[in-house]
Design a protein. Sequence first.
Length: 375
Amino acid sequence: MIPNTLLVALSLLLLSGCIAAESLYQILGLKKDASDADIKKAYRKLSKKYHPDINPDEAAHERFIEVSKAYEVLSDTETRTIYDRHGDAGLKQHEAQKQGGGRNPHDVFAHFFGGGGPAQEQKGPSMLTNVEVNLADMYTGRNLEFQVPRKVICTHCHGSGAESESDIHQCTQCGGQGVIVQRQQFFPGMVGNVQMTCPSCGGKGKQIRRACHLCHGNKVIDTQNTLAVHIPAGAPEGYEEIFQGEADEGVDWEAGDVIVRIRSERIEGRGEWTRKESGIMGRVTLSVAEALLGFERNLTHLDGRTISIQRKGTTQPGEVEVIEGEGMPSFGDIPQGDMYVEYSVILPVEIADDTRIKLADLFNHQISHISRDEL
Ligand SMILES: *[C@@H]1O[C@H](CO)[C@@H](O)[C@H](O)[C@H]1NC(C)=O
Ligand SMILES: [Zn+2]
Ligand SMILES: [Zn+2]
């Protein structure tokens, strides 16, 4: 599941020796219609990849500078428009007018990642999904498709929250700075300036006049994400499959992971088999005659095969018979398990008096409460 942008970026890197000049979009592995969120995402990935702290290679450092430059231009609506219309030449002219132009790539990086090092990448929350399946599915293995709700960046506003570009205005309260400075009296005679996040725009420096009709300004929309899980045969309880980057998308983070955790259904009294680690447990109920004289039973295994049990002798209530190699299949380091069949014996609720006599004779048993004459 390598994102396309990364693939493009990788192939561009391989080719960069023979390409005359890459566009700023190509440097970030993007097309011209990339959204703000795409640009952020590409910069987040690539700047980390080439950051000198991670990649000490000289070529990587040069790439880091290029990536930072591309991001700086394309993340700003004004410079992006200039670049789109007039290309490199237009950009140079604009920078010359502004004097200096171009920030230190490390400042761009620090600004983007909130001043921390490359390790402090913002990742969105991960999502844990518990899925219960039949024990039979864990015995035989199964592919399972299901849907989970997922928020994705709005397809109309690409995460700006505004109906159109022209609906985004500079915040009037803070003048686009995102912060306001207030005079405050700390104690009598001492007054100072307190800098605070602009309450009007929440620190963004922008205000939206008309909210996006699709996401209502939320920047993300609700969708259903289809996940295909492969449950391997013999998977242990709590087996996890991790879908990287498939959790909710957000404007300020890279999507977290969806963790799918598999368990067998825990519905009491359903199905004749239960599981204990790699063992499979079943119960067989015998009549008194069967417990004393022997029996034959056909049990249906989880995969539908018949397991035949035969006994000629007696069986104690609570006795457990081990049928080797008929437990869960081996999985990784976990060896193949065994099957455990526990016997219980049902006694008759009532016995007719004549039967009692017969049984007493048979077992040479004294019946104390009832004399034979009474019968
Ligand atoms: C068990 O299955 C075998 C083979 O299918 C059959 O011959 C036998 O009669 C069955 N026994 C019982 C107790 O159902
Ligand atoms: Zn929207
Ligand atoms: Zn503001």
